[in-house]
Design a protein around this ligand. Structure first.
Ligand code: SAM
Length: 308
């Protein structure tokens, strides 16, 4: 394991390597995703979860022809499939590529690549959030998707740790042999494939300078359901390391890469905090904030009515 002398804080070095090491709590690699993945043995990872660049000209990417972009995605996916365990999962979280006002849903374009690589789709999870750019010539985008693939039919899936509260926990059977017994699972219900989780905007506790980081709770749900303690979780386009943080919070090992040094240093600090239990995150069980209708900002100003 290499020392982390390159990084910003000295105390952040515990168990964090700069090149892949099986014994590291986390590997934070500065460089291209293929250079990290090529260091990792076949079948090593139980979960590969990422949000790649969308080829829309964000500050961390160079916009290219869509075909060139998809060829790059295929290269990443090929290596990812090689390092994925037989009973592992691959989650590709994407939104839209937009060109000249036309929308290209990346999950639709990436699905055939994954099928060619032999993966099987288990869910197309819709991640709904309430804040983002306001469009004027189409409806504002308020969801992205996670394509969850497995390599085989024999895959790790732990539902109990990610169950959510039942709507009617006190409901009982009213007929049949179980009459009078509670009808719902006391551990909660399956969260379904539509996940309402706030995205990381300016007032979010996890906000960093990264323009589009994962909320940690989004990845915690994947980590808890698709891996076991000690398993390896990889994010080849890790940004500020949110997926690695989710892994660290739940005793999983992790590895990630990014080509932007500023993100890497932030990832290193955040992962170190996650490993020592000091990282502040939005808790998985906190309901989405609903503004109090009595507050002034939640009320329609009368001036709007007088201008009508
Ligand atoms: C959508 S962001 C991911 C953000 C991440 N999920 C987080 O929570 O911070 C995509 C990231 O891919 C990184 N990236 C772009 N090209 C890369 C490459 N060739 N190898 C590794 N990372 C790359 C960008 O710097 C950016 O941080």
């Amino acid at each position: 394991m290499q020392p982390l002398s390159l990084f910003s804080t000295a105390e952040s070095t515990q168990g964090i390597a700069t090149e892949y090491s099986e014994s590291a709590s986390a590997t934070i690699y500065f460089g291209d995703r293929l250079d990290l993945l090529r260091q990792i043995p076949n079948n090593a990872a139980r979960l590969i979860v990422t949000s790649p660049p969308y080829n829309i000209g964000k500050e961390y990417e160079r916009r290219t022809e869509l075909d060139t972009y998809l060829r790059g995605q295929e290269e990443t996916l090929k290596e990812a499939v090689r390092v994925l365990a037989r009973n592992g999962s691959l989650c590709w979280q994407v939104g839209n590529h937009v060109d000249g006002g036309e929308v290209y849903p990346l999950d639709i374009l990436i699905y055939p690549i994954c099928k060619r690589l032999g993966l099987m789709l288990r869910n197309r999870i819709v991640w709904h959030f309430e804040h983002g750019l306001n469009a004027s010539r189409r409806f504002s985008g308020r969801y992205e998707t996670i394509l969850w693939f497995t390599k085989t039919d024999d895959y790790v899936f732990n539902l109990d740790p990610v169950r959510v509260p039942q709507k009617y926990p006190g409901k009982k059977y009213f007929k049949g042999p179980k009459t009078g017994e509670f009808s719902s699972n006391p551990l909660g219900k399956n969260p379904g494939d539509l996940w309402v989780i706030p995205n990381v905007k300016h007032n979010h506790v996890e906000k960093t300078p990264h323009p589009c980081q994962f909320p940690v709770e989004l990845i915690e749900r994947l980590v808890l359901s698709m891996t076991n303690a000690g398993d390896l979780v990889i994010d080849p386009y890790m940004g500020v390391g949110s997926a690695l943080c989710a892994a660290a919070l739940h005793g999983r090992r992790s590895a990630g890469s990014d080509v932007v040094w500023e993100y890497l240093t932030l990832a290193q600090d955040r992962v170190a905090q996650a490993l020592t239990g000091t990282l502040r995150t939005r808790p998985m069980d906190r309901p989405v904030y609903e503004p109090d209708a009595r507050t002034k900002v939640a009320q329609r100003p009368t001036i709007f009515d007088s201008n009508e």
